[in-house]
Structure formats: C-alpha cells, structure tokens
Design a protein around this ligand. Structure first.
Ligand code: MV4
Length: 448
C-alpha cells in the first residue's frame, strides 16, 4: 500500500477520499485554488498545497501544478475524485510516468471509454446490446441519412468525444437532418476539438439505469447492482436510488450481466459505471461508461454496506477485490438527493454567496456528504454542489420517509438551494410509485 495520497479535487469528494485514507492510516495531501484557501477539504488533509487561481483551468485542471504538488509532498498516489481530471487519460498517464499510482482505471481504459464510438463498438462486440445505429462515425449528411433511413426516425446525433449530453441532437424527420448535422458537428468541434458524430435510433422517455462495476488487476470483475438516475435536469442528476424501483427481474439480471461482460472485455480495473437506457418494456441499451468513481456512489454503499473508496485504494495498490460477487447483496434501499446552490424558482440559476446558517439533519438511516460549513463561500467557478443527502431503509418506503423528514430539517441561509424542488420530487405520486423517466423535468412533473 502507498503511504501518502493526494486528492486532485475539492469539496465533498475530496473529504470523502481523505476519510477513507485515514481509515487505512495513510497520509493525506489536499490541493486547493486561491478561492479555496479556507475550504474544509484543505483543513481535513495532513498537508495542503495551493496550486493556482480560482478558475479550474489554473488549478484543479492544471495537471502540471498537481504533479508538482505531489512531488513536493512525496505523495505516492493520486485520487482524482470525479469531474476535473478524473477522466483524462493524459493525466492518468502523466501520473504513472511520474512514478505515482493513479487511483482509477488504466489510461487505455479511460481513453477507450472516452471515445463513445469506440465504447459502443467494444460493448457491442462483447455482446452488450446497443441501440441500432451507425457502426462508426458518419462522414457526412448523406452517411447520416442512410443510417437514419435504415433504423427509422426519430434518430439522435451524438458526438464521438461527447458524453453527458454535449453535442447531441434529436432529429424527427429526414428534412431536418442536414441542419441538425451541421449544428451538432459545429458544437462538437467547438467543445471537443473533433466534430465526429454517430447516429442512433432515438428512444422516447427512457429510464437511465446504471450498473456499478469494479475490477482488480488480477482480472476479477464484479457488479454492485444498479442505480436508477432518471431524475435529471440538463444531464445533471438530481436524485439517484437503488434498487431501481419496478425494474423487471429479467432486465436487472440482463443489465448486471452485460455490465460485467463489458467491463471484462476491456480488462477494466477499479471503480466504473456502465450507463444504460431502459425502455418501457424492460429492454436495455448500453449508453456509455464512466471510468471513475461517481457522485452517486454512496447509494451503492448504503445498499450493500460496502465501502467503495476503501476498495479503490486497495485495488489501486494491487490487492485483490475485497469481496466476491456473492458477498455483494442489495440488502437495503437507498436514495440520494443532490443539494445544489441553485434556485429552482429561477430555472435552477446558480446562487453563489456565503452560507450564513447551516443546519443539517442526522439520525437513523441518514448520511450527509458535505463540502461546506457555515461561513463557506460558494464560488461561481465550480459545480455548486453543497452536499449530498443519502437516506436508507429496509424498504424504499422507509428510505423515502426518512428522506422527506431529513429534507424538512435542512436549514440553509445565504444561498438558494434545490431543496424546495427535492421536496416536491419526494412528495410526488410519480416518484412514490417509482414511475420515473428522463424527460420528467422537461414535462414539468415537479413544477411548483
Ligand atoms: C439517448 C436518448 C435517447 N435515445 N440516446 C443523454 C446523455 C447522453 N449520455 C445520452 N443521452 C441520451 N441518449 C438515444 N438513442 C436520450 C438521452 C437523454 C438522457 C439520457 C439519460 C439521462 C437523461 C437524459 C436526458 C435527455 C436525453
């Protein structure tokens, strides 16, 4: 096992990783931007290094500065958290070249999953079902038209370098294709430096269900069951839970088997997530793989009683997976709400500022993962996640009851938060019945 872990991140996830490090007796190093001098994650660590300006580009996205901080503090491992450099194959490679362990998948796995066309092709050849569509990038409008005719409208154009919804365009009929292709191509070029697009049959009102996977260096791969993440706004998840309510047993079995087969096919190591779309009939289709620890990993931890971050540390140190598949059981139900400094009454407008008052709930079945305290400032420079509220129970009904109570006991003054919206979700008949899909917010399901 390494001795000193640097976390190349901030906020709740940096704190979460430090907690696991401390459990193993490892020394911890924080990095922080000028805007984060007073941040909690800085105080949590044994050592902290300022790495640059408030803008992420100057600090949390600055690989050179982070590597300098690692060398300076003799860190022998780096955990990237999520976001920032977590899915940069180049960063993972640079970390390795510096003789430091990257706590995550190998660079080649990150690179292959980052190319959505390559990921689709790989999963398809591993026997994982994908939506009908192009086998590679479509060269031009005529190429896209030919595929669309074959699979039938509506179709969706997606950026090869995309993911998370950037550079996507739905096309309902042939006459709209040329304009949509040009727009998606231009946006992909601007966002990713490559305009490559592929085409898929568009699935209406799908559910988003993902499977947590874990691999070790000896080639063992396990799944840790599914998470339902359909309640999203502009590709930002707001509520996640496990088990996925109402998921047919055959779909569940198919999803987890596909996720394991897919991860095995690429020799995946460490924590990863396979995302799928699920249709009304229980059919499922591979979407993309996230080659990192995800924001919503605590849901899986509460359901299984296992610690994913500890496992990441062990596996990155070359140890075998700490549990066989048979020991990974969905024992409970868990739901996570993401509380953002955003105003749901104003179209989720970011609400930066200083937290004046902060009272967070606690009690049986309640877990908080927070990066803030009273006096913290919420900067415009970063994702405005304040904390995650995770409730678990023996049943989904019990988890919902605890979650509703906990949401009512949050007091936050100084910034607007998504709590009023989350209360409406948790109170809604659709949510309580487990009838969720990805288009609910657009359809106004939880409007005040
Ligand atoms: C789709 C789709 C419908 N059909 N692909 C959005 C993010 C990116 N990862 C893929 N996404 C979608 N791909 C086909 N063929 C609908 C979405 C989609 C979506 C997916 C998951 C969660 C929320 C979503 C919201 C809008 C659209």
């Amino acid at each position: 096992m390494f001795g000193t872990v640097l976390v190349a991140n901030r906020g709740e996830i940096a704190r979460r990783v430090f907690r696991a490090c401390k459990q193993l007796g490892l020394k911890t190093v924080a990095v922080y931007s000028q805007a984060d001098r007073g941040a909690l994650h800085v105080r949590d660590a044994d050592t902290a290094v300022e790495i640059g300006g408030a803008a992420a580009r100057e600090s949390y996205l600055n690989a050179e500065r982070i590597l300098d901080a690692a060398r300076q503090t003799r860190a022998d491992a780096i955990h990237p958290g999520y976001g920032f450099l977590s899915e940069s194959a180049r960063f993972a490679e640079a970390v390795q070249r510096a003789g430091i362990t990257f706590i995550g998948p190998r660079p080649d796995a990150i690179r292959r999953m980052g190319d959505k066309i390559e990921a689709r092709r790989l999963m398809s050849s591993a026997g994982v079902s994908v939506l009908p569509g192009s086998s590679g990038a479509v060269a031009d409008v005529a190429g896209a038209e030919a595929i669309a005719r074959e699979v039938g409208y509506p179709v969706i154009l997606k950026a090869a370098a995309g993911g998370g919804g950037i550079g996507m365009a739905r096309v309902d009929k042939a006459p709209d294709l040329a304009a949509a292709f040009a727009a998606a191509n231009r946006r992909a070029q601007a966002a990713f430096g490559t305009g490559d697009l592929y085409v898929e049959r568009y699935l209406e009102r799908p559910r988003h269900v993902e499977v947590q996977v874990f691999g070790d260096e000896a080639g063992a791969v396990v799944h840790m069951h599914e998470r339902e993440c359909s309640i999203q706004r502009r590709h930002q998840k707001l509520v996640e839970e496990s088990p996925a309510p109402g998921l047919p047993a055959a779909t569940k079995a198919g999803l987890t088997a596909a996720a394991v087969a897919g991860a095995r096919a690429i020799g995946y190591t460490n924590a990863g997530t396979m995302e799928f779309l699920v249709d009304e009939r229980g059919g499922f289709y591979f979407l993309e793989m996230n080659a990192r620890l995800q924001v919503e990993h605590p849901v899986t931890e509460e359901v299984t009683g296992l610690d994913l971050v500890l496992a990441q540390l062990h596996v990155a140190a070359g140890e075998p997976l700490p549990w066989p598949q048979s020991a990974i059981v969905q024992r409970r139900a868990a739901i996570e709400c993401r509380v953002y400094a955003e105003d749901p009454a104003k179209g989720f407008l970011p609400s930066p500022g200083t937290i004046q008052t902060l009272e967070l709930p606690s009690g049986e079945g309640i877990r908080i993962e927070s990066g803030i305290e009273a006096g913290s400032t919420v900067s415009v420079h970063y994702d405005p996640l304040l904390f995650k509220l995770i409730a678990h129970g023996a049943t989904r009904a019990e988890a919902i009851e605890r979650l509703a109570g906990a949401l009512d006991h949050c007091v936050i003054e100084g910034v607007r938060t998504t709590i009023p919206f989350l209360r409406r979700v948790v109170a809604s008949a659709e949510f309580r019945q487990g009838r969720v899909h990805t288009q609910m917010l657009e359809q106004g399901a939880f409007n005040a």
